[in-house]
Design a protein around this ligand. Structure first.
Ligand SMILES: Cc1cc2nc3c(=O)[nH]c(=O)nc-3n(C[C@H](O)[C@H](O)[C@H](O)COP(=O)(O)OP(=O)(O)OC[C@H]3O[C@@H](n4cnc5c(N)ncnc54)[C@H](O)[C@@H]3O)c2cc1C
Length: 575
């Protein structure tokens, strides 16, 4: 049996930052990072616009308290304010720390780190590396893994969390190359498995964002928090859905409807294009529904609006947002220097996730903790984003809470013994599961079921929701889950059988989708990204609380948990 003091699943920003912290704190510990991709191909590498921190390089009036307030207001008051305080107070320090590791941020003429405007932030505080920030940070962190001797298992797929008697003891994984199954035991297990964008048919996320960590946690009987809050990013490139970064609006781009109006004046007059994402996404959908969307031939009534950067001029476009220009050019043939970019909302981020306390330890209930189990990054819900995340706060969360969780784990494993794990039992069960998938005589291909599922989630649990719509969605989902029992794999081999991972990922997606729908159905109010047409107002007396959803094959049970308030009283949210 493989054993490490600490195993971290996920090679994105959260997992790698935690691993570096543990190895730096106590070089004697054996630390491993497991990823189903190569770590450098984690979705973090695609992050574009930047990372917020009150360095005050551009705006001296900025303070961490202002950052905290913007974050809490942006969250529609659902964020836990103790967690937000940590996030925003530690932000400048983690940026400097990354710089010392070698991250090349963009600069001001005097050599200090440059900062730009971002949606929902009241000051210019987003640090960036052009529009390739995730790339710059992740490459340095992965280099540092090697420097500190962290063992990397790349292209291993983790299929099960071993949780016994309220303690995480290890996991079961297989090597994608040859389906070799291994059990790993550890004194601490950390999940940093990223988001679930692939639950929907249009997303900015990579193909690996299938919510596996969430599904494994829920399947082990642990709750998932606030899963109804799915972030739609306003500017997905039409029709492909890939991201056109908020940095584009941070640099001054306009959103225009078919009448050539900057319609954000109607929805958020003081912030215009830099309103938070939930508000901007709803505005775009409303414009499209009202017939003021645009068709590819330029006529009214189509399915997208325009994002216009022409007034910025070629030099600013090419120096500040070159990657966005390239995406539009490469994917839909638009030269943004001379033409507006077609955009519409695309699924982008998961506000909810595995519930943790402020040290990254996973919760089993509102006041219980799981021994030996930690989580950070997009898969976790600590909760700093509440009902709606502000742009450039996620990379920050990964680094602040990755570092913090790493520090906690380095202490936690001291003087602890390896747990007992019944290796043969777990190997046999995993082998049977894999064999059963390979042998399936079913009638549906994986992508048929996946597409039907993604269409179902998009139609019945999208930007706007209602009781009847979501009830119908749950019924449809039940039928799809039944059909998913009868999938078949074309490839019956074990060498590089990517269909096998897709079949397992499909199981993750289906479970996560059901939890999202059930959580959304139970929240009878509109808050942040969760917008109900039958309950249009926020309802603090009844719903200023976190959802905890417990999955079982029989259904999803919903409980609630209080929100931590420290300094900001809920107010009406206006921009
Ligand atoms: C296009 C795009 C642009 C963005 N831009 C910004 C931005 O400018 N600023 C900002 O703050 N945020 C941005 N975000 C959000 C931010 O990038 C992510 O929330 C963050 O990077 C997530 O990091 P992570 O470490 O939690 O997970 P990820 O980087 O998603 O990594 C997940 C890891 O888990 C591994 N994994 C998952 N399941 C398994 C399994 N079953 N077995 C083994 N390994 C597994 C994967 O291989 C991967 O290594 C952006 C997101 C997208 C999609």
């Amino acid at each position: 049996m493989i054993e490490h003091d600490v195993i971290i699943v996920g090679g994105g920003l959260a997992g790698t930052r935690a691993a570096v912290e543990i190895a730096k704190t106590d070089p004697r510990l054996s630390v491993a990072v497991i990823a189903k991709t190569h770590p450098i191909r984690s979705h973090s590498v695609a992050a574009q616009g930047g990372m917020a921190a009150t360095l005050k390089n551009v705006d001296e009036a900025d303070t961490w308290e202002a950052h905290a307030f913007d974050t809490v207001k942006g969250s529609d008051y659902l964020a836990d304010q103790d967690a937000v305080e940590i996030l925003t107070r530690e932000a400048p320090d983690v940026v400097i720390d990354l710089e010392h590791m070698g991250v090349l941020f963009s600069r001001l003429p005097d050599g200090r780190i440059a900062q730009r405007a971002f949606g929902g932030h009241s000051h210019k505080r987003t640090c960036y590396a052009a529009d390739k920030t995730g790339h710059a940070i992740l490459h340095e962190l992965v280099s540092n893994l090697r420097r500190y001797g962290v063992q990397i298992y790349d292209e291993w797929y983790v299929m099960r969390l071993i949780l016994e008697e309220g303690q995480a003891k290890g996991l079961v994984m297989f090597r994608i190359r040859d389906a070799q199954i291994e059990v790993v035991r550890a004194k601490a297990v950390m999940f940093a498995t990223g988001g679930y964008g692939r639950v929907y048919n249009t997303t900015s996320n990579d193909y690996a964002s299938t919510g596996d960590g969430l599904a494994m946690t829920a399947a082990a009987g642990l709750p998932l928090e606030d899963m109804e809050f799915v972030q739609f990013h306003p500017t997905g490139l039409y029709p492909v859905g890939v991201l056109i970064s908020e940095a584009v609006r941070g640099e001054g781009a306009y959103l225009m409807n078919s009448e050539g109006d900057r319609f954000m004046a109607t929805y958020a007059p003081s912030r215009m294009e830099l309103a938070p994402r939930d508000i901007t996404s709803r505005a775009i959908v409303k414009e499209i529904r009202a017939g003021r969307g645009i068709h590819p031939d330029g006529s009214a009534g189509g399915a997208f609006v325009h994002l216009d950067v022409r007034h910025l001029g070629q030099e600013q476009i090419m120096s500040r947002i070159p990657f966005c220009w390239e995406e539009a050019h490469r994917l839909v043939g638009i030269d943004a220097v001379h033409q507006p970019i077609p955009v519409r909302p695309t699924v982008h981020y998961s506000m909810g996730g595995i519930p943790t306390n402020i040290n990254g330890q996973v919760r089993s209930s509102p006041d219980g903790l799981v021994e030996g189990f930690f989580a950070a990054g997009e898969t976790a819900c600590v909760s700093v984003h509440g009902a709606n995340r502000l742009g450039s706060n996620s990379l920050l969360e990964c680094v602040v809470y990755g570092r913090r969780t790493g520090a906690t784990i380095a202490q936690y494993v001291q003087d602890r013994k390896f747990p007992h794990v019944d290796e043969p039992r777990y190997i046999t069960e995993a082998q049977q599961k894999v064999q059963a998938l390979l042998d399936k005589p079913g009638q549906y291909r994986i992508d048929q079921i996946r597409q039907a599922f993604q269409d179902c989630m998009t139609e019945y649990c999208g930007v706007f929701r209602s009781e009847s719509l979501m009830q119908e969605g749950l019924e449809k989902l039940k039928a799809i889950r039944q059909q998913a029992e009868s999938i078949y794999l074309d490839d019956k081999g074990i060498l590089w059988n990517t269909e096998l991972t897709e079949a397992l990922e499909l199981q993750s997606l289906l479970l996560v989708g059901e939890v999202i729908l059930a959580s959304a159905l139970n929240r009878r109010e509109s808050r942040g990204a969760h917008s109900r047409e039958d309950y249009v107002d926020r309802d603090d007396p009844n719903f200023l609380k976190h959802t905890l959803a417990y999955y079982s094959p029989a259904g999803v049970e919903i409980r609630y948990m209080p929100v931590t308030m420290t300094r900001f009283e809920p107010q009406e949210r206006k921009y």
